[in-house]
Design a protein around this ligand. Structure first.
Ligand code: 48F
Length: 257
């Protein structure tokens, strides 16, 4: 019966997909713009990559532009990435370009998945796998389970590299430091916390702060900013895109030589 076939089709292909992703090259926590850009370039390089976002609709803070005016701005340096994703752009002034935030976010998501990355939505990463002082994967649970406070154990997914792309809260870096008493590659050895807004410094420093902060653990996007204590930059997104590309390039170099 068609009713049963519909259900069986969903269940069998979903669990095949989940099983295919139990051992990854790269696990990306958070489906914001920086993480999605990373997923695209990693998948394009032939690496097995999955991205986990706690929300029903991944895309993070890019959908809403600024104050729900659904346009975003990027600078010249990020234009090649925008072109890789086939996003329409309008030259504005002073080397700046404007783009529709809905087109931009959906293009990032579409191209990443189409290139071979798997996105698991409604998944919260609640911890990492920490083996022999190396971050070696993620511990995942359904977001509704955590929201309801239900006592249900999570599942484990191994990964050679984990990227914290959780945005302003840098949840994964903060948790790894707190739970394991380790020092990460920042001035203080801990998560410093994001500073107030400065567009020029913020854009520049978020890319510089994008790196491996502990064996197996990388940061990108606003999580990199929060970890290194650099300024926020508001609705200019070039730094997010360049941060995603940089973390992908570093991991590709490490895993593929
Ligand atoms: O914050 P977010 O959009 O990440 P980003 O790539 O981009 C930041 C910009 O959107 C903007 C900005 C740029 O100028 O300041 O804010 O740094 O998206 C982070 C995503 O991570 C998910 C969350 O739902 C969001 O979609 N997320 C956060 N913590 C977890 C998580 C977690 N523990 N498990 C799964 N997903």
């Amino acid at each position: 019966m068609i009713e049963t076939q519909v259900s069986r089709g969903i269940i069998s292909t979903y669990f095949e997909k989940l099983e295919r992703n139990l051992e990854l090259d790269v696990a990306i926590v958070g489906g914001g713009p920086s993480g999605i850009v990373a997923a695209y370039y990693l998948a394009k390089a032939g690496l097995k990559v999955a991205q986990f976002d706690r929300k029903l609709s991944p895309g993070g803070g890019m959908w809403g532009g600024a104050m729900m005016f659904n346009q975003i701005v990027i600078q010249e340096e990020a234009l090649d990435i925008v072109k890789d994703f086939d996003i329409n752009f309008t030259p504005y002034e002073n080397g700046l370009y404007c783009m529709d935030s809905v087109e931009s976010t959906s293009a990032l998501l579409y191209k990443a998945v189409h290139e071979g990355a798997t996105i698991f939505n409604c998944y919260s990463v609640e911890d990492v796998i920490f083996k022999n002082s190396v971050v070696s994967g993620v511990v995942v649970n359904w977001t509704p389970v955590l929201r309801e406070g239900m006592h249900v154990d999570p599942l484990n997914i191994l990964a050679k590299c984990v990227i914290d792309g959780t945005g302003h809260d840098s949840e994964i870096a903060a948790k790894v430091v707190r739970k394991n008493g380790i020092r990460i590659a920042t001035e203080t050895g801990g998560v410093i916390g994001e500073r107030s807004l400065d567009v020029v410094a913020g854009e520049d420093e978020v890319v510089r702060g994008t790196k491996e902060i502990y064996p197996g653990l990388y940061v990108c996007g606003m999580a990199a900013s929060a970890v290194s204590g650099t300024p926020r930059m508001g609705p200019i997104f070039g730094g997010m895109l360049m941060s995603g590309k940089k973390v992908a390039d570093e991991i590709i170099r490490k895993l593929k030589g």
